[in-house]
Structures are given as C-alpha cells and as structure tokens.
Write a protein that binds this ligand. Structure first.
Ligand SMILES: Nc1ncnc2c1ncn2[C@@H]1O[C@H](COP(=O)(O)OP(=O)(O)OP(=O)(O)O)[C@@H](O)[C@H]1O
Ligand SMILES: [Mg+2]
Length: 262
C-alpha cells in the first residue's frame, strides 16, 4: 500500500480536483482507494457529491491511548470511513471541526505521527491511500505529510519553481524535525492553458532536481463544472481532453506503483 499526499502551500491550484480525480481514476483501473481529506474546507466530499462529515476529527481523537478525556473513547478507523463513494473508493471526510481536534491533540506525545499510525489500521484494505493536504503549515498538514510515503506537488504552470522550492523546504524541515518526510513523486501542472506547458527551462530545472516529467492537466471548464456538480470529469465528459489528461495521470501513478510494489 502506497500513501500519496497531494500538496502545495498555495491555495486554489487544483489540489483537491487532482486528489479526487486520481482517486476515481485509479479505481477505474481496478485499484482499491482510500481518499483522506486533510483540509477543513471538506472539498473532497463536495467534489465527489459525498457527505461532508467530521470523520477526520474522529480519526484523530479516538485513539486507544487517550484515557484521560472521557469524551474520547476509542473507535476504530473503520467507524469514520464513508464506503463506496464510487465503486472501490472510500473516503475519510473532513470539516471545519478538525481545528477542534487539532487543538485537543496538540501537546500530546507523538501527535505528529498520529494520522500515519491510524491509517495503518486500515492499510491492508487498500492498494493506495491519497491524502488531500490543505495549503497551510499547520499541525493538520504536518500530520498529513508525515502519513505519506510520496508527495505530488500540484502547481499552476506560472509558479512551478516557487511551488517546488517552497514544498521541498517544507519537506526538508519536516525531515529534520520528525525524522521522516515523503519523497517527492513529481510536480504536476494543472489548469494549463491551450498548448502551454511548463517551459523547457522549468522542465529542465525539475529534471535536474530529480523530478519526473509528469504530463500536465489542461484548463477545462468541464473539469470545473464536474467538481461543482459533485462529479468527476470521467462521469460527465469521459472523452474530453481533461478526462484523458487525468486518466493519463492515473495511469502514470499506477505504472509507478507496479514498478515499485510497497
Ligand atoms: N484543470 C482545471 N481547469 C479549470 N478549472 C479547474 C481545474 N482544476 C481545478 N479547477 C477549479 O479551480 C478551483 C480550485 O481548484 P481546487 O479546489 O482543486 O484547488 P485547491 O488547490 O484544492 O484549493 P484549496 O487550496 O482552496 O484547497 C475550483 O473551482 C476548481 O473547479
Ligand atoms: Mg483543496
């Protein structure tokens, strides 16, 4: 089982759209996928037409270790999973209450590794876990990044170097503090206009940094329309360039997982 964080410190770049589309795209390739929303906006549920619930708050607060707070009884992670959001796709949803969960666990020993530990409880049920990480440097995003083996940095085509620099600095800081951090899987440009791609200079920079050259995702009104309707592009316009681009991305990730089984 591989856990991939979808991340960037910038907001509105297409992280959640990418997380939901990779999740659905991998299930269409036969994989069992768990999508974890680690952003209090709760957009994963919204973009998939699922229920936005305080599930991640429950996951973070109901560990076996917590004996001092009577409101926090142990509950298995399974209790917080929305099953079958799509065939083969389960969701741990999030909502604004997660800030309360964050402050409740703040100060507890080993809190940064809590999400990683809890997801291990259900690891055998899935081929891949995807975590949609919010655009902040708060405890929640730290928990999310430390739970991941790999990170996919999502960027607008205008700011790839900045995104890469900011995220690699964040990951290096995490590694120094916590002794672990996800490997960077690559940098994905989304909302790419027309024939524009990342410029050759930027692609060379990424390659020099050891990052894979991942095919980008076009700007597409259909993609935006799909997410706003609680659907994926695979469901509303499966032949469109946006659908083909996300299918190709899912295939790219699938191939990498086949090449390096966990
Ligand atoms: N390829 C695309 N083409 C057109 N619109 C897109 C594309 N990808 C995402 N969008 C739209 O851009 C907006 C932001 O996307 P999204 O919510 O995925 O970004 P985000 O990085 O998760 O944002 P946040 O930082 O707030 O979590 C949404 O309205 C979405 O529908
Ligand atoms: Mg988002």
């Amino acid at each position: 089982m591989l856990t991939i964080a979808i991340t960037n410190l910038k907001g509105g770049v297409g992280k959640t759209t990418t997380a939901t589309h990779i999740a659905h795209g991998l299930t269409l390739r036969g994989m069992r996928v768990l999508l974890v929303d680690a952003d209090g906006q709760g957009h994963c549920a919204v973009y998939l037409g699922a229920e936005r619930r305080p599930d991640l708050s429950g996951v973070l607060m109901s560990t076996r270790r917590d004996t001092t707070d009577p409101q926090r009884e142990y509950q298995p992670v399974q209790a917080f999973i929305q099953r079958g959001v799509r065939p083969g796709l389960d969701l741990i949803s999030c909502d604004p209450s997660v800030t309360v969960a964050e402050s409740r666990i703040n100060g507890e020993a080993m809190r940064e590794l809590r999400l990683m530990r809890r997801l291990q409880e259900v690891a055998s049920e899935y081929d891949v876990t995807l975590i949609d990480v919010g655009p902040k440097t708060d405890l929640l995003s730290t928990l999310a990044l430390l739970a991941a083996d790999a990170a996919l940095i999502v960027t607008l085509p205008s700011t790839p170097s900045e995104s890469m620099f900011d995220m690699t600095a964040r990951l290096a800081a995490l590694h120094e503090e916590a002794g672990r951090a996800p490997d960077v899987l690559g940098v994905l440009a989304t909302q790419v206009d027309g024939r524009e791609r990342l410029t050759r200079t930027v692609r060379d920079q990424l390659r020099d940094a050891g990052y894979a050259d991942i095919p980008g995702i076009p700007r597409s009104v259909a993609i935006a329309r799909a997410t706003h309707a609680g659907k994926t592009i695979f469901e509303i316009e499966p032949q469109s360039p946006g659908a083909q681009a996300y299918a190709a991305l899912a295939e790219w990730i699938h191939d990498r997982m086949e090449a390096t089984p966990a």
